[in-house]
Ligand binder design. Structure first.
Ligand code: RB5
Length: 146
């Protein structure tokens, strides 16, 4: 599975931690984030992550900023992206199972490294349940076209 990962300056250290963690587990990771503390704008990186998912270059995306909030707001402006900001593993897991989330966001200033790894693990291990949940996700997709 290919994972695209993007981040702003608030999260470049966390990005490297999560990137290595995923690579050690055998995932292919595409880094589209910034790699230094130089100030950048998170929407630019949310766009890179979202577009990589929509184009099929990556299967799923992870977008990290200070809170995860800006990344999720921006990524959700891209048609077909269902981005979630999660600070704990339960919501992360359910966001895949019920909402078919395709971008996971979290805050490097909110969660520690070990909690972030647990959030990522639960999110990647979970699968969309379809059925009644698919009908609801289809309604989200319909909202994009109104
Ligand atoms: C950058 O200071 C900060 O605003 C950004 O990382 C993020 O938290 C925005 O939602």
């Amino acid at each position: 599975m290919k994972i695209v990962i993007g981040n702003d300056h608030a999260a470049y250290e966390m990005k490297f931690v999560i990137k290595k963690y995923l690579e050690d587990k055998g995932y292919e990771v595409i880094n589209v984030g910034c790699d230094t503390a130089d100030r950048v704008d998170y929407p630019d990186y949310a766009e890179k992550v979202g577009k990589a998912v929509i184009s099929g270059e990556a299967d799923l995306g992870i977008a990290i900023c200070g809170t995860g909030v800006g990344m999720s707001i921006a990524a959700n402006k891209i048609k077909g992206i269902r981005a979630v900001v999660c600070s704990e593993p339960y919501s992360a897991k359910l966001s895949r199972m019920h909402n078919n989330a395709n971008v996971l966001c979290f805050g490097a200033r909110v969660v520690g490294e070990e909690l972030a790894k647990m959030i990522v693990d639960e999110w990647l291990a979970a699968e969309f349940l379809g059925e009644r949940h698919a009908e609801r996700v289809n309604k989200i997709t319909a909202l994009e076209n109104k």
